[in-house]
Write a protein that binds this ligand. Sequence first.
Ligand SMILES: NC(=O)c1ccc[n+]([C@@H]2O[C@H](COP(=O)([O-])OP(=O)(O)OC[C@H]3O[C@@H](n4cnc5c(N)ncnc54)[C@H](OP(=O)(O)O)[C@@H]3O)[C@@H](O)[C@H]2O)c1
Length: 240
Amino acid sequence: MSTPAVARMRIHLSAACSIDGYMDDTSQRRLVLSSAEDLLDIQRERAQCDAILVGAGTVRADNPRLSVREPQLVEERIRNGLSPQPVKVTVTASGDLDPEAHFFQSNGQENIVLCPAPIAGALRSRYARSATVIGMEGPISARAIAHTLQRKGIRNLFVEGGGRVLSMFLSERIYDHFRLAIAPFFVGDAGAPRLRLLPHLASHDRLVVRQVRLLGDTTVIDYDLARGVRWQKVSTLSAN
Ligand SMILES: NC(=O)c1ccc[n+]([C@@H]2O[C@H](COP(=O)([O-])OP(=O)(O)OC[C@H]3O[C@@H](n4cnc5c(N)ncnc54)[C@H](OP(=O)(O)O)[C@@H]3O)[C@@H](O)[C@H]2O)c1
């Protein structure tokens, strides 16, 4: 087994995109990229984690429930000694989150809001009954998030989006697995969200393809991050 990105923790990233790499379009409607089969597989992934993380942008745009819906998966979690539902986590710098959002509803599980320390007091008052607010000192990085959640006892973290949060984890190489689902259509809208790695951090590591699956019409590629394998630029490669 490879060395984890963060000791005693497994971090699993998940993204869905169009053939041209977009994670949504620019309309108000939620763009469904995944097939029903892919969505069910994501439910299985959720069912194995201690916590699900999305950025505040996704909470505002999609209002996701971030829950395990299939009753048999909930029962499996309980049999495996896990809580019925994973902890929900979001990160915000602005603190602009609707207290009525599904994120703040709970079926007994904890909801965690990570934010800069200076606004933590105000957010604690606003979400007093619906979330644990953790103020973080200094810039909030993927590594800092992982360490904060590790101290909360999270061992398996599933990061489900959106573009900015996933780009941060990918740029910093704070992950063990990356699940990429590719929907069989184009978005073709240059203003739409996509992965944008931080240029000063982005590494050129080649990932290891663990498996490729066709779930309905959606191609799902599971990558592992193999530390230390560097990308070699081949400038004269020819197909002839
Ligand atoms: N296809 C997919 O797999 C998928 C999955 C999820 C979402 N999406 C789509 O992605 C879009 C949302 O993506 P996004 O990039 O706008 O949002 P996002 O990554 O979900 O959230 C970005 C927000 O998170 C907070 N944040 C992120 N990094 C931070 C940091 N280091 N420090 C402090 N706060 C931080 C900030 O919140 P504040 O603005 O509150 O400061 C930031 O604006 C939506 O269109 C959604 O539908 C797609």
